[in-house]
Write a protein that binds this ligand. Structure first.
Ligand SMILES: Cc1cc2nc3c(=O)[nH]c(=O)nc-3n(C[C@H](O)[C@H](O)[C@H](O)COP(=O)(O)O)c2cc1C
Length: 194
């Protein structure tokens, strides 16, 4: 059995990106540990056709799925002794990007990210903000300097992808690639193969 991936969901727009990432991980039977911030739950309510609680209920049937509350700083993933394979924050708010760059581990997502970086484990963020100001850019550049993979959620304009759902599914596959879970994108998401 492979080690778990931690998925942190923060309060940026793009809840569907988180939903598709969890779906893609569970599809591959990857143990998945989910944590969402309170702003993330609020955005989920606005953007998704089901509440965050309903999504949790749907995933809870899967034995590979675990969820911790954002304030649960004693959860196993708050420690480097938890054998995480890596972590993704999707979507990533600029507030959380800034907190991580500055070592502020005041909730479970930020602490798990801090642990991931100190343990030199694969760490991926899907930032969501536009336009980006110099603070955002400098914080993202700092994260890159710490070895983070920054995967943007741009639609694949070069593919016959028509819906937001498909575009989010594409981004989820890019996340899996950045986490080294897959070695290449699925055929439907490869340029020139469809
Ligand atoms: C509907 C909505 C959309 C938001 N979209 C973004 C966004 O795309 N990017 C961002 O950085 N913050 C966005 N925010 C602001 C964050 O939710 C806010 O900064 C929050 O403090 C982030 O906290 P967190 O990182 O702990 O989730 C949005 C807020 C709301 C209510």
């Amino acid at each position: 059995m492979t080690n778990p991936i931690i998925v942190g969901v923060t309060g940026a727009s793009g809840s569907i990106l988180a939903s598709k990432t969890v779906d893609a991980l569970l599809e591959l039977n990857i143990p998945t540990v989910l944590v969402a911030s309170n702003p993330a739950r609020m955005v989920w309510q606005l953007e998704m056709s089901e509440t965050f609680g309903e999504s949790l209920e749907r995933w809870a049937d899967n034995s590979d799925f675990t969820h911790y509350a954002i304030g649960d700083l004693k959860a196993p993933i708050a420690s480097g002794t938890f054998p995480a394979r890596g972590m993704v924050i999707v979507p990533g708010s600029m507030a959380t990007v800034s907190a991580i760059v500055n070592g502020i581990s005041d909730n479970l997502i930020r602490r798990a990210a801090d642990v991931c970086l100190k343990e030199k484990r694969p760490f991926v963020i899907v930032p969501r903000e536009s336009p980006l100001n110099r603070i955002h850019l400098s914080n993202l550049a700092a994260l890159d300097g710490f070895g983070t993979s920054i995967v943007t959620a741009d639609p694949p304009y070069y593919l016959p992808v028509k819906t937001l759902e498909d575009s989010a599914a594409f981004t989820a596959q890019r996340v899996l690639l950045a986490l080294n879970i897959i070695k290449e994108l699925p055929e439907e998401f490869r340029y020139g193969e469809n």
